[in-house]
Design a protein around this ligand. Structure first.
Ligand code: UDP
Ligand code: MG
Length: 321
């Protein structure tokens, strides 16, 4: 398979997107040829159980600028994005969803900004498309926490981005395993611009997230980006120390004035509250220890089973590049 060097690499994570691969490849090809942009599309098959990989092979047969990376199992969207970033060869790399929710026209706009010297171009959601009330509520809560943690407004950010080679190299050289791409692209800095886009309806199939999956993703993102919850534990400790002082003084006074005993309810309540706070705090600390444990193991973010159209040097996992 020929491996012509492209200027723009488009990374598309795909998990059970059989119905969307062909459509996506065709849409991108049309628009890239019309705009005269030399682009290659990197589909990262995140351990799909349908025929997504066959569809990628098919798309590659129809257009020689289609590349593919296939994971040995489902490693999650973050891993798929990083596999794409590590494999991509272009002078700039874009990341977009496989379900046409990120409009390819916006990609052209991003590319033009890159040509004008911007190095990180963020896709910003102008409206969030159709989502359930529950989903809206949960994401609002998550983004509130996340925005406080990274000290920037995250509520309209997306994974739709275009990064200059320098920003990509900075990202893939990060040693951490547990990543949150959406916030990291802001963290690397560089000359940044943003482009608004309207979230489209999903072309085919269902959203790949389960509620539990989203909750886990949210917790993991917060843990990997901020240590604020740990300080919260200290804060709670200080608060309870103050309360203990007041209660302690009161106790001594009642004892000294021979009015002790009574107050059984107070004791039970204090026991319960302190017990819960201690457990909660242990849980928070435990979550960070778990993160440290995962990072210390230093496992690969993903395991590749097959590739398509990618030069050998860039074929293997994360350390080979
Ligand atoms: N995706 C993935 N691995 C996963 C889940 C999702 O690569 O474990 C991909 C999916 O194929 C799609 C993108 O991530 O290209 C966004 O997923 P989805 O549309 O299901 O999420 P939503 O748009 O609802 O946030
Ligand atoms: Mg989607």
């Amino acid at each position: 398979m020929s491996a012509k060097r492209e200027t723009l690499s488009i990374v598309v994570p795909a998990f059970n997107e059989s119905g969307n691969i062909g459509r996506m490849a065709q849409a991108l090809r049309q628009i890239m040829e019309r705009e005269n942009i030399c682009a290659a599309v990197y589909f990262v098959d995140d351990g799909s159980s349908d025929d997504t990989w066959e569809q990628i092979e098919r798309a590659a047969g129809a257009w020689d600028m289609v590349r593919g990376v296939r994971f040995s199992r489902n490693f999650g969207k973050e891993a798929a994005i990083f596999a794409g970033l590590e494999t991509a060869a272009g002078a700039c790399v874009a990341v977009m969803d496989c379900d046409m929710q990120h409009p390819p026209e916006t990609l052209v706009e991003m590319y033009r900004l890159w040509e004008n010297g911007f190095e990180v171009i963020e896709g910003v959601k102008e409206d969030r498309g159709r989502e359930s009330i529950f989903y809206k509520g949960m994401t609002a809560l998550f983004y509130k926490l996340m925005s406080a943690a990274v000290k920037m407004d995250m509520s309209r950010t997306s994974d739709f981005k275009l990064l200059d080679r320098r920003a990509v190299d900075a990202l893939i050289s990060l040693p951490e395993r547990s990543t949150f791409f959406r916030a990291l692209s802001g963290w690397v800095g560089f000359k940044t611009a943003s482009v608004g886009f309207r979230v489209q309806e999903r072309a085919e199939g269902e959203s790949k997230w389960t509620t539990m999956g989203l909750v886990r993703y949210a917790v993991s993102s917060i843990l990997s980006f901020t240590t604020k919850p740990l300080h919260l534990v200290t804060g709670m400790g200080v608060l309870f120390l103050l309360l203990a002082l007041i209660q302690g003084i009161e106790c001594i006074v009642t004892y000294a004035t021979h009015r002790a005993v009574e107050g059984f309810t107070t004791v039970i309540l204090i026991e319960l509250i302190i017990g819960s706070i201690v457990m909660l705090s242990l849980g928070i600390i435990g979550s960070y220890i778990a993160k440290i444990y995962e990072e210390v193991k230093g496992r690969h973010r993903y395991v590749v089973s097959t590739t398509l159209g990618i030069p050998a040097r860039r074929e293997q996992g994360d350390d080979a590049v």
